[in-house]
Design a protein around this ligand. Structure first.
Ligand code: ZN
Length: 432
């Protein structure tokens, strides 16, 4: 796109009219997370137009309809028009689960895994999450912020406009606060929307390895209150798993988060089953991973509002061969979201298109279901579905443009990047 045109868009002049979009995926529908058959309804419009005013979507429809609208007729001369033939446009992806605050890849762990070691064997040998702790503790807030910002830029270059970002590699008061401040600093520089989550309860840090209860005490009485006081996070997350935190410890942290007015989300069922009913009684916004589920867990999810967030990038990278039971969940009527789980140990990808491809090929999600899961349902998991995740009048004009003719090509060309442009609140971002 010409530089002058981009500069004009940045100034938010009277309006921007995108027209002749080959396919527009609107995700229009009821507010909140979609479930069951609703997940197939993507609100597709061919030869579509979107009018954007003051950073919000002002009109959506067929090009001919939008051009006929009285406002466009009256102001057409002042509006910036962009011909979008040969492109598909979607709501920007909402990646509702990432761990971007780390400084180095875990290449030794990777080599061990390639040679056949399991996730738990690597953790027992001192690798895994604990090996990222030292890097975070030793780094300055500025250095961490640089790493987070670089991840945000990469995410944006693949169509993501809203992202959740967790702390969780500091695991002491100073380093967790520093990590959350690094997220805030990077978020201020980035054009998209960042939602921060405090994951102090990722694993017990080495100094509390023998006394995890004491670390839970520190999280609940020292770190979490400080995070809440400084308004550094929207959510609190806990890794409820063998080798991380027990159900009782998880519940204690969820109660404490609630007491401080923070929303919650839980990593659960990745390696072993934990009965979900107890966790769901705390009304977390999402439960994430869910590789190991029992029938009763599915029933408990169907009955509630919590979003089931699936992270197939981790299954791919850990070569678990078994993926979360997406079909069972969707067919039962559970609202499902998809996210990258971007992190240095188990899912070093920040590509939502790749996650879409894994969802379709490995979990048998329909393309339409995967798109719903990666946009409006991700937004619901972050309590943002009133502003994000669909292209509807009044919502933020956060859009992703792909150099493709058909939305089904998104998961089809796996490993490629066809994202041509990204817009947040009506402004184009510089992608590269
Ligand atoms: Zn995670």
């Amino acid at each position: 796109m010409a530089k002058a045109k981009r500069a004009a868009l940045v100034r938010q002049e009277p309006g921007v009219l995108l027209h002749r979009i080959s396919q527009l995926v609107t995700m229009s529908g009821e507010p909140g997370a979609r479930r069951g058959r609703e997940m197939c309804h993507i609100g597709l419009i061919e030869d579509a137009a979107v009018l954007i005013r003051d950073g919000k979507v002002a009109a959506v429809g067929k090009t001919a309809e939008v051009l006929r609208s009285p406002w466009v007729k009256e102001h057409r001369a002042e509006v910036i028009e962009l011909d979008c033939r040969g492109k598909i446009v979607l709501p920007g992806f909402v990646d509702s689960h990432t761990h971007p605050v780390f400084v180095a890849p875990r290449l030794i762990d990777f080599e061990k895994r390639v040679a056949g070691a399991s996730y738990e064997e690597i953790a027992a040998a001192g690798g895994g999450i604990r090996s990222s702790i030292e890097g975070v503790r030793k780094s300055s807030e500025g250095k961490l912020a640089d790493h987070v910002f670089s991840a945000l830029r990469q995410a944006q270059s693949q169509g993501t406009t809203t992202i959740e970002a967790k702390s969780g590699y500091g695991l002491d008061a100073a380093s967790e606060i520093k990590s959350l401040k690094a997220i805030r600093r990077a978020a201020r520089e980035w054009q998209g929307t960042v939602v921060a989550t405090f994951l102090g309860a990722h694993v017990p840090p080495p100094e509390f390895k023998q006394e995890p209860d004491k670390y839970v005490e520190v999280v609940c009485t020292e770190i979490l209150p400080e995070v809440a006081k400084q308004k550094l996070a929207h959510f609190v997350d806990v890794f409820c798993e063998r080798g991380a935190f027990s159900l009782e410890q998880t519940e204690r942290i969820l109660r404490e988060a609630d007491r401080h007015g923070l929303g919650t989300r839980v990593h659960v069922g990745q390696l072993t089953n934990t009965p979900l009913a107890t966790i769901l009684a705390h009304h977390p916004l999402s439960v994430d991973h869910l590789d190991c589920l029992e029938k009763a867990d599915v029933a408990a999810l169907v009955a509630g509002e919590t979003v089931a967030t699936l992270l197939p990038g981790a299954n791919y990278f850990l070569a678990t061969k078994k993926y979360p039971p997406a079909r069972k969940l969707i067919d039962a009527g559970v609202p499902v979201a998809l996210a990258t789980d971007y992190n240095p140990g188990t899912s070093p990808t920040i590509s939502m298109p790749l996650v879409l491809s894994l969802a379709c090929t490995q979990m048998r999600m329909r393309v339409e279901e995967a798109l719903t899961a990666a946009t409006i349902n991700g937004a619901a998991a972050l309590e943002l579905s009133d502003r994000k995740g669909s292209v509807e009048v009044g919502k933020d004009a956060d859009l992703a443009f792909f150099e493709l003719d058909d939305y089904r090509e998104l998961p089809y060309w796996f490993g490629g990047n066809h994202c041509a442009a990204v817009m947040t609140s009506g402004r184009f971002a510089d992608l590269f």
